[in-house]
Write a protein that binds this ligand. Structure first.
Ligand SMILES: NC(=O)c1ccc[n+]([C@@H]2O[C@H](COP(=O)([O-])OP(=O)(O)OC[C@H]3O[C@@H](n4cnc5c(N)ncnc54)[C@H](O)[C@@H]3O)[C@@H](O)[C@H]2O)c1
Length: 358
């Protein structure tokens, strides 16, 4: 395949911030069609990009011959129907996280994509942070030995402002769990492997945001036991006052094992802290150049804000997987695994008990 045509479905915040510039980096790849159910958002995206093939109906867009792949960046409740329509039309799919509203729905999406023999990818963007990539590499190659603990902590201050569809259960499925912790569940899978069972707790601190009813949790925590006997503690909050928002607020991940420790902070995407057996202090190391960009990415890692530019590499991965006819990393398998933990977390919170992972 020489030229790859992409349709952007959902032209809101993350489509503009991550996927449009990401696709712009990819050779012989172009966004050829736009879709947003909101005509104003669609019109603005069309004017700004000069792309005139635009519709408020995703069925019209996935059926186009010049569209080979779609990027789905809509609210969570509509990911599954769009993915299913796209794969039935034979299009490759990159879907935002959380990919579905339930584990079963994510499995239906995975099976449909496999059956249609199209590439499928979950936008677990933070796997593409150079420091996370290097951390996963070091863990895989034995730097921490047998993993004992993984710990993640995401703290942001979103105050009392409206978070739109994110505060409505039927549109989002869950609150902080799907919004922020889903990425950190994926960190844990990437670094340690599959979970055996978990106990979780969620809390909604704000009943209203900007005067509108907020139905979903602002805080979530999971205590996990992994199949390999490691333990995990994962926490995420939208109401950590004074912590700020986005890439410069707290996103911490640490793994401790029999041979060493690795510590990651998103705000320092090109650094990792390493602790060695019998060492007295953590040492800070720079992520080696080969880990600063994703394989196949034409990006110069010294150009632009490193807290922003790594996000573009996930679109490069999607396109490279299509060109090379190989599975995407991370795929819907990873999206569905995170979803199984999310379902278990909601059940655990509801029934106040440990839950086995499906
Ligand atoms: N990977 C990441 O780091 C990351 C970051 C932010 C958001 N996200 C995910 O991306 C998705 C979108 O989030 P956002 O912040 O861009 O939201 P947003 O509200 O800014 O944009 C979503 C857009 O989808 C449109 N839309 C709604 N229903 C539609 C439909 N049926 N067909 C076409 N368009 C439709 C809306 O009109 C809106 O313009 C969510 O799943 C979210 O969890 C991921």
């Amino acid at each position: 395949m020489s030229n790859i045509g992409i349709a952007m479905i959902g032209c809101g915040g993350i489509a503009l911030a991550n996927h449009m510039p990401g696709i712009a980096l990819c050779r012989e790849t172009k966004i050829v069609a736009l879709c947003d159910s909101n005509p104003e958002v669609l019109g603005k995206a069309s004017r700004e990009t000069g792309i005139t093939a635009a519709s408020t109906d995703y069925l019209q867009i996935v059926g186009r011959d010049d569209v080979h792949a779609v990027i789905i960046a809509t609210p969570n409740f509509v990911h599954a129907p769009i993915v299913l329509a796209a794969v039935r039309a034979g299009k490759h799919v990159l879907c935002e996280k959380p990919i579905a509203m339930s584990h079963q729905e994510s499995l239906d999406m995975l099976w449909a994509a496999e059956e249609a023999k199209v590439r499928h990818m979950t936008a677990f963007t933070y796997r593409f942070v150079p420091a996370m990539r290097y951390m996963a590499h070091l863990t895989r190659t034995g730097a921490v030995g047998q993993p004992y603990h993984v710990r993640t902590c995401r703290l942001q201050d979103w105050g009392t402002r409206s978070v739109g569809w994110r505060q409505i259960e039927k549109l989002a499925g869950s609150g902080e769990l799907g919004d922020m912790l889903s990425h950190r569940i994926d960190y844990a899978h990437l670094l340690v492997g599959d979970m055996e069972r978990i106990v979780a707790n969620t809390r909604k601190f704000l009943d209203k945001r900007d005067g509108q009813v907020s139905e979903l949790e602002d805080w979530v925590t999971i205590l996990a036991e992994f199949k390999n006997n490691a333990t995990g503690v994962l926490e995420s909050s939208k109401v950590a006052t004074g912590r700020g928002e986005g890439g410069r607020s707290q996103d911490y991940c640490e793994i401790n094992g029999s041979e060493g420790t690795l510590v990651y902070y998103l705000e320092r995407p090109l650094e990792l802290q390493i602790g060695k057996k019998n060492g007295a202090n953590l040492q800070t190391v720079t992520v080696p150049l080969e880990f600063q960009t994703w394989p196949g990415s034409p990006r110069n890692p010294s150009v632009g804000d490193p807290l922003v530019t790594f996000r573009y590499d996930q679109d490069v991965e999607f396109i490279e997987a299509i060109r090379n006819q190989r599975p995407c990393v991370p795929s819907f398998v990873d999206g569905a695994k995170a979803q199984s933990v999310m379902d278990a977390a909601l059940l655990s919170n509801l029934e106040k008990r440990w839950v086995e992972i499906a």
